[in-house]
Design a protein around this ligand. Structure first.
Ligand code: NOJ
Length: 543
């Protein structure tokens, strides 16, 4: 058997965790931006969906240069989203409904408006305040060249010069200076931040970019920047800004803090670390509880890559006793209902789809997306969902330049349109300009016309809807404890099938109709007398 059930507790081992993107979930005060009250009011809908936990993307005080991943105060709520009382009410309501709450911790960088950075700028070169970040003198006769060749993930150089001539590093936008994690003061600050939120009752953290936190001593050049840009190439040496060994001690100290609280608090690292045998080091029993599985996300919907990703996942994570996670969507990638309707390369490239690009076949995309979700939700381990995928929402691919917000768009002069297309406000009740996102028709990003028919209230009326499929999948998954189950391939042919306990899951990659497998039909992503191309089915079968 490739994966056997693992005795032991931990909701996070098998839970379905739903990502809420606060800007776009629900807008209670009608200003066009989602808010915490909007989330609280609609938690009951998520409870009906059948999820176990929510993860909230950042809602902290922030100038919103990177949609809140530029934090100006880790202990406050941005007035755009509400206040701490609203947050406490959200947590209380979630817990009343049996939903756990994870929040986003952003430790690699702050906003340039954070008081640590403002103090660092004011204090000048060589100061204790500057040692919170990576400041350096430039190269060239007058220090006019950046200290090294690092590139920003959002395009352009990873260095910006301050008025006094020193440079600071930012692996993302220039408004997101990277913290210096060699500095024990930075480490203490974050330990206090963790406690602040754990004291308020959060059940865990999704940790942003943990693989960027350590930097090689002296900040040497990226050895193959021309080939890899800001990133790395799997199998080659680790560039000096990615997955340095120094980070493990930090994660161990955090794990101890979480363990010192009652209940089962958990942290999931957004660790883009490959191969997964290497990532396994990050989820050893005293480090992260789990990490996102970008290998699975990046497998597209191609049979061989999918098989390899699943094999690699179980082999790597089981070796250290960690659950594998599974994910098909988040706020950084093209929604799967569009991604699978075209050829858009690596999901995690975060390039988006713009009006100038080939447009997706959303009908094909949705058919594959529903099947892919059903395939994923039958797997043992934790599954992450992104708001709106339960409605089968497509990417918004025709957002006009004046609405664009993603720094990637601006830093590449529009060459990479970026991630706005997957971040559009949710349609709740068909009608008006925002389909029930709020009552005022205002929205920070416009919805595409297709969202009206996909509104939640419309889908609630139909047993054939994508929403109905997700609800059934989550209900059956829970009833049959699939999240805690086992895994074995039955066939890795184009009629790809695996078994989780008594449940047989089959996906049809053949391109032709195939007979439905024998056994009691539990759920399927299509309909008809045969298993259609791109369809997934769950059947109960004891043999
Ligand atoms: C990963 C987040 O998911 C993404 O949205 C953000 O832009 C970067 N980290 C930088 O914080």
């Amino acid at each position: 058997m490739l994966h056997s059930p693992r005795p032991g507790s931990g909701w996070w081992r098998s839970g379905v965790i739903y990502q809420i993107y606060p800007r776009s979930f629900s807008d209670a005060n009608g200003d066009g931006m989602g808010d915490l009250k909007g989330i609280t009011q609609n938690l009951v809908k998520l409870s009906e969906l059948g999820i176990d936990a929510v993860w909230l993307s950042p809602f902290y005080k922030s100038p919103q240069k990177d949609a809140g991943y530029d934090v100006a105060d880790y202990r406050s709520v941005d007035p755009l989203f509400g206040n701490l009382t609203d947050f406490d009410e959200l947590v209380a309501k979630a817990h009343e409904l049996g939903i756990r709450v994870m929040i986003d911790l952003v430790p690699n960088h702050t906003s340039d408006q954070h008081e640590w950075f403002q103090k660092a700028l004011a204090a000048g070169p060589g100061s204790k305040e500057r040692s919170y970040y990576h400041f350096k003198s430039g190269r060239g006769e007058n220090g006019e060249l950046p200290p090294n060749n690092w590139q920003s993930m959002f395009g352009g150089p990873a260095w910006t010069r301050t008025p006094d001539g020193e440079w600071y590093v930012h692996l993302f936008d220039s408004s997101q200076p990277d913290l210096n994690w060699e500095n024990p003061l930075v480490q203490r600050e974050f330990e206090e931040i963790l406690r602040f939120w754990l004291d308020r009752g959060v059940d865990g953290f999704r940790v942003d970019q943990p693989h960027a936190m350590g930097k090689a001593e002296g900040l040497p050049d990226h050895p193959y920047v021309d080939e890899a840009g800001a990133g790395f190439i799997e199998g080659r040496e680790n560039p000096p800004m990615w997955f340095q060994d120094s980070v493990h001690e930090i994660f161990r100290s955090w794990r101890k803090i979480l363990a010192s609280y009652p209940g089962e608090r958990a942290m999931c690292g957004e660790a883009y670390v490959l191969p997964l045998s290497f990532m396994a080091l990050w989820v050893r029993p005293d480090e992260f509880h789990q990490t996102f599985n970008f290998r699975f996300l990046d497998a597209g919907w191609e049979k061989d890559r999918l098989v390899q990703a699943i094999n690699e996942s179980f082999e790597a994570f089981d070796a250290v006793g960690a659950p594998s996670t599974w994910v098909l969507n988040n706020h950084d990638v093209i929604r799967h209902a569009s991604r699978f309707g075209g050829d858009y390369g690596r999901a995690t490239a975060s390039d988006g789809i713009g009006p100038e690009n080939p447009q997706p076949d959303n009908k094909l995309g949705l058919r594959k997306a529903k099947a892919a979700s059903l395939f994923m939700l039958g797997l043992p381990g934790a599954s992450y969902l992104y708001q709106g995928e339960e409605l089968g929402l497509p990417e918004h691919t025709t957002i006009s330049p004046e609405h664009r917000q993603d720094p990637t768009f601006f830093r590449t002069a529009g060459k990479r349109v970026g991630r706005d297309g997957c971040r559009v406000p949710l349609p709740w009740v068909r009608g008006g300009l925002t389909n029930g996102f709020n009552q005022t028709d205002k929205a920070w990003l416009p919805q595409p016309a297709e969202y009206a028919e996909l509104s939640r209230d419309v889908q609630e009326q139909s047993s054939e809807s994508t929403l109905a499929l997700y609800k059934s999948a989550l209900r059956i998954r829970k009833e049959l404890a699939l999240g805690e189950g086992s895994f074995d391939w039955v066939s890795t042919t184009d009629l790809l099938s695996y078994r989780n306990g008594n449940v047989l899951v089959v996906h049809n990659f053949t391109g032709n109709e195939a007979p439905l497998p024998e056994g009691e039909l539990l759920l399927r992503s299509g309909s008809g007398a045969f298993l259609a191309p791109d369809e997934t089915v769950w059947v109960l079968s004891r043999t």
